[in-house]
Design a protein around this ligand. Sequence first.
Ligand code: NAP
Length: 284
Amino acid sequence: MLPAVARGHRGWFHPCARLSVRMSSTGIDRKGILAERVAVVTGSTSGIGFAIARRLAQDGAHVVISSRKQQNVDRAAAQLQREGLSVAGIVCHVGKAEDRERLVATVRGQALEHCGGIDFLVCCAGVNPLVGSTLGTSEQIWDKILNVNVKSPALLLSQLLPYMEKRKGAVTLVSSVAAYFPRMELGVYNVSKTALLALTRTLALELAPKDIRVNCLVPGVIKTDFSKVLHGNESLLKYLREYLQMQRIGEPEDCAGVVSFLCSPDASYITGENIAVAGFSSRL
Ligand code: NAP
């Protein structure tokens, strides 16, 4: 019995998911470019993580969604299952060791039994208490932000790794353009998202011998609950629209296809990269 789990059809995974039509450049795959692969996406019951989970499932993967609150997990899993996608959900606050352990134990059991292992990890969960200046931030807030944003992806990956080996899998971390262009009011968040760029390159180096690629999605301002202080502010919006080359705020779906690509065989020689999805060129 797995009390924190929202189950899919026929146990955990739905073998006959409805698929999107993107095909691999390496050959036509009618089952979906990520068919028979297993993806774990953290922070995936709303916003960017939810859009990524949906897209990976549309591209054929069996997807495990997760977040802190059971009702969010249940709602998101039910919505994606209604769309005919192979999705299961489990509660996991990424900053809590016991939640990560439960996620790993549950996914391991199901994924090994039904699919032989785990292929993809997408670490989307992030925290951003608006704390203002870095030097004015308490040790408790420093610990909270670094724990959730930086430590948890590495710790979760280290626990999943034994089940990801020999599958040519991929890891995607989620940073922010705040890593390139820090904003005063975001303080330690800027630091945490910059650390993720270093974590990406370090993990890419460490995992290349295992044929596991590690890349980083770098979103700009994307319309979600997380960023509503930005897109709810009309004068800031006006400024942003002028500043953004695309002259619009991004949608979560703008981020989703990139992550599916990074997981796919089309990205088989791409690792250690940061890919900005920001509506402007982030190259310095
Ligand atoms: P969002 O719409 O607020 O969604 C956040 C998701 O993460 C929810 O499913 C939430 O569900 C879950 N979550 C929050 N804290 C968690 C934790 N400690 N452990 C596990 N799950 C957690 O946020 P978003 O805009 O999609 O942001 C996702 C990521 O993108 C973050 O890492 C953020 O830093 C990054 N990002 C966002 C933007 C932007 O403009 N939106 C820009 C740059 C980078 P529960 O409440 O149930 O936990």
